[in-house]
Design a protein around this ligand. Structure first.
Ligand code: PAF
Length: 240
């Protein structure tokens, strides 16, 4: 049976106000940060949040700050209405969907950091290159961000650490839940929370797999059957 519609919040001040009023009533809050296009892996994070806290906020925000200009920001899959239906189907539902339009918009002008059009080609660019609307503060977990995925994606982890910090400051959760599928990301967030003294418990959940063994991921939506087969082969070789 579907649960009630979650409260939709797009404004960061409204989000913070909601959290503070709930906490004033003695409620604890779990945050599940996502970039949307939800799958069962995300839904299991929500179930973990339910075990830990009274209320659960799911953020849906495709963070331009973690994509370099050569990455897939403009084609990253999204389906907000489909996501809301999925959230309603999770046992216990969710309390709030925080779906801000642009978390790098400080209201100064129209051409800045965020999913924006570049001056020349009119294509979607990430704020890493455009400079942005006065955004110049980045959170870096210096040693852990360097290896593994950090080698081929030099801006990715600073973008993740920065947006997760922003989400923590806006939602002010007691608990935040991440998938260990993105293991380096999970370790970086744990270290950041420790090093910067966030009063937030970070939980990591084990990864969920599709029937053919591929780890569930929003980007899987774009894989052809051939690509799926290749991904599985890479995994088999890595295991042997
Ligand atoms: O894992 C993700 O979906 C993203 O990296 C996160 C943590 C939501 C930050 O944008």
């Amino acid at each position: 049976m579907a649960n009630k519609d979650p409260l939709m919040i797009t404004d960061k001040d409204e989000m913070r106000k909601w959290s503070r009023s709930m906490r004033a009533q003695g409620k604890t809050i779990g945050l599940v940060p996502t970039m949307g296009y939800l799958h069962e892996g995300h839904l299991s994070l929500i179930q973990e949040s339910h075990k830990q806290t009274h209320l659960t906020v799911v953020s849906i925000y495709i963070n331009p700050g973690q994509f370099s200009p050569t990455e897939d920001l403009s084609t990253y899959p999204s389906d907000l209405l489909g996501d809301i239906q999925k959230l309603k189907s999770v046992p216990g539902g969710v309390d709030v969907v925080f779906n801000p339009k642009n978390l790098y918009d400080y209201g100064n002008n129209d051409n800045g950091c965020g999913v924006g059009l570049d001056q020349e080609g009119g294509k979607v660019v990430s704020c890493v290159e455009t400079g942005g609307m006065g955004h110049e503060t980045w959170v870096r977990v210096e040693r852990l961000e360097k290896d593994l995925c950090g080698k081929s994606r030099p801006v990715f982890f600073r973008g993740v650490a920065t947006i997760v910090t922003k989400l923590f400051n806006i939602v002010e959760p007691d608990v935040a839940v991440f998938g260990k599928k993105d293991y380096q990301q999970w370790r970086i967030i744990k270290r950041m929370v420790r090093d910067l003294d966030f009063g937030i418990k970070v939980i990591g959940t084990e990864l969920a797999r599709d029937d053919d063994g591929l780890a569930k991921s929003s980007r899987n939506a774009r894989l052809s059957p051939d690509d799926r087969q290749k991904q599985r082969m890479v995994k088999m070789i890595a295991k042997s």
